[in-house]
Design a protein around this ligand. Structure first.
Ligand SMILES: Cc1ncc(C[n+]2csc(CCOP(=O)(O)OP(=O)(O)O)c2C)c(N)n1
Ligand SMILES: [Mg+2]
Length: 352
């Protein structure tokens, strides 16, 4: 049966039991870094230095930061286009992110792709497949492998409200439920799928669908990073205990257009203003500021880190055309999946 947790305050309070103050600062830092990097990347995009289109997760930083932070070093994360904080929490450096967006050789795909399709497997990050929501199937498949091998590991994937209308969503949920797989599904409900609002997307609250597949579904305030963490921590605990998957519905708002080209004139201004009052970064700053954390100092340190990253990425070369297409397909020389311990990941209770 699905259970519902729609009380962010209670979830937030539970999170504090499992997080040290240092962990809580890391969560804020990851969100600040995500926002700052995306803002810098947008500037670079406008200067013509980022090819293709540009997607960001402005206002949704807590969803990826909180959920990713709950995962252990040997877990695997299938990360989508608005979840940059998950890469950062796993230890991908800001310079490599900006270089990735600009197609530079030091980027994660060494210049073969841009803003959306990338993931450093050594850090447990799986690059995104654009067909939505195929990453749910990838994560479910990885969870199946973990189960068959008897490994204490968990897979996590993010996807949007628009993904819930696709057949793959149901196939992944069904198989994960039948097999009781160690997978955490994070539904990023940001009110729109491109220009389609929720009332044209589903006739029932999507979290109810977990019950149809025999596992737990929880609704969480997706703009509260500690509530997100707690929901993911509990989901991972269930997964590793053999109790099967969890669907976490993170309620949030897409504060920018679908991508840089979209002025989102179909979104009422009042709706954006309402959500602005629930900004996830301001909320965490207020919390930690009240505990004596030097929030201004942290902001300044993050800005300096982004300045240095931009400098390094801008100075990096473009890929060498002679070798640019090497390693596109998996082959004997491909690097094996590693168990890289990210410098930031693994909250105090995260375990192996
Ligand atoms: C199967 C499929 N159809 C269409 C698209 C084009 N597309 C990319 S993102 C997107 C909207 C997705 O909305 P949602 O799942 O809510 O995610 P959000 O962008 O809001 O985070 C669409 C239609 C796609 N990538 N895959
Ligand atoms: Mg959406």
């Amino acid at each position: 049966m699905a259970t519902h947790t729609a009380e962010p305050a209670a979830a937030g309070a539970a999170a504090v039991e499992h997080l040290t103050l240092e962990d809580r600062v890391w969560l804020l830092r990851a969100m600040l870094l995500m926002r700052g990097l995306e803002e810098r990347a947008m500037t670079l995009y406008r200067q013509g230095k980022v090819p293709g289109s540009f997607y960001d997760g402005y206002g949704q930083e807590a969803v990826s930061a909180g959920a990713a932070f709950a995962m252990g070093p040997r877990d695997r994360l299938c990360i989508l286009h608005r979840d940059l904080a998950a890469h950062l929490i796993r230890g991908v450096t800001p310079a490599r992110i900006l270089a990735q967006y600009m197609g530079r050789a030091i980027g994660i795909t060494a210049g073969r792709d841009g803003n959306v399709h990338f993931g450093d497997r050594r850090l447990g990050c799986v690059g995104m497949v654009s067909m939505l929501p195929d990453m749910m199937l990838v994560a479910t498949g990885m969870a199946m492998a973990f189960k068959l091998r008897g490994e204490q590991r968990c897979a996590m994937t993010w996807f949007g409200d628009g993904s819930t209308s696709r057949g793959d969503f149901h196939e992944a949920m069904n198989w994960a439920g039948v097999q009781k797989l160690p997978v955490v599904f994070v539904l990023e409900n940001n009110q729109y799928a491109y220009s389609t609002p929720l009332d044209k997307q589903f006739a029932v609250d999507p979290v109810e669908r977990a019950a149809a597949y025999g596992f737990v579904g929880v609704t969480v305030d997706g703009n509260d990073v500690e509530a997100m963490f707690e929901a993911a921590r509990a989901a991972r605990e269930r997964a590793l205990a053999g109790a099967g998957p969890t669907l976490i519905e993170a309620e949030t708002m897409r504060m920018h257009g679908h991508a840089a080209h979209d002025d989102m004139k179909y979104v009422p201004k009042e709706q954006v203003e309402e959500w602005r009052k629930r900004d996830p970064i301001e909320r965490q700053e207020k919390r930690l500021g009240g505990l004596g954390v030097d929030v201004d100092g942290l902001r300044a340190a993050v800005k300096a880190e982004i300045d240095a990253a931009a400098e390094e990425a801008l100075a990096a070369p473009m890929p060498d055309p002679a070798t640019a297409v090497h390693g596109v397909f998996c082959d004997a020389d491909a690097e094996p999946l590693g168990d890289g311990q990210a410098p930031w990941s693994g909250f105090s209770g995260g375990g192996a």
